[in-house]
Design a protein around this ligand. Sequence first.
Ligand code: PLP
Length: 385
Amino acid sequence: MKTIYFDNNATTKVADEVFEEIKPYFCELYGNPSSMHTFGGQIGIKIRTAREKTAALLGCDPSEIIFTGCGTESDNAAINGTLAAYPNKRKIITSCVEHPAVLSVCRELASHGYTVVELKVDKKGRLDMAELEKQIDDNTALVTIMYANNETGVIFPIEKIAELTKGKGTVFHTDAVQAIGKIPLNLSKSNIDLLSISGHKLHAPKGVGVLYIKKGTRLSPYMIGGHQEAGRRAGTENVPGIVGLGKACELAAKNIEEENQKVKYLRDKLENAILEKCPQCRLNGDKNDRLPNTSNISFEYIEGEAILLMLDKFGICASSGSACTSGSLEPSHVLRAMGVPFTAAHGSIRFSLSRYNTEKEVDYTIEKMPEIVNKLRELSPFVTK
Ligand code: PLP
């Protein structure tokens, strides 16, 4: 049975072109780019090329990019590095639907005396912009708001937020881990100061990320050691990861519009058919301002995990909004913040597609979903028969 992979917001397949490109860097071109000899030194050139390709996708200067170990590291570096650079400012503004790579860091800082404002969202997952504007004051070191939500795909008005923070003495960081490769970016024309991305969401390998640092942005280094990444992120470079990310960015830049169209067509076909064929289900998040690949659907009165297990039997991978906390299933903080009722939040499934999905896979899933939902509803103690 072939796997049908609809969990691309969790991680993606490494593109064949990327895999081919990185192979020599394990056993042939394994030198340390910091070495004086030619064998190592030549690797520095490959890193430079990867930096240029990544910068081209982001629309920024290569010198504004540092390579990190993952999206989580980029987020941590942005938050902690900003606070260290502005020691007299003690306030952070974020949203209540951020990924834990941001939200948990902010909550940890709150326990150390920082004022942390978690902006609310409405029923469609949209941000309260008026509240954001009201909250920015002289004490605000950082506004950190995600570009697109990993669970619902809802896109926030990042350029408007960047505009709002401009000239207020506040650094603006966005976690663009889910946006990269799905939304065209041009940072040269943007007021975004810091931006995080992660390789493995973009058909590059795991273990590599990027932090974009706009020229002139004050940021204290967070990993201290060697002189790598111009002293802004110490540690011997993950050469295969960086080369792979460069290639993945090149592919994304070349094909972004065409792929988005294809992926959106498949996502819409899947979503519309499920909403039509399965009773008592609802779409979570704004239907329009949304990533083209993501669909988050709640199935009332059944457990998301039960749906996942049954999908798994048919070789279909998706994910649910619940997280296992202390042995019990907690509905997602994102859906709760959007006011999704408990019975629906528990039964939520996220389908996230990529360029590698096919119409045949979508049709097969459309065929199986009503069967699964009806079976589970028959077993549900919450459904009156
Ligand atoms: N931010 C968002 C929005 C994410 O979706 C993820 C991963 O799912 C991360 C950050 C963390 O990225 P990484 O897995 O590269 O640490």
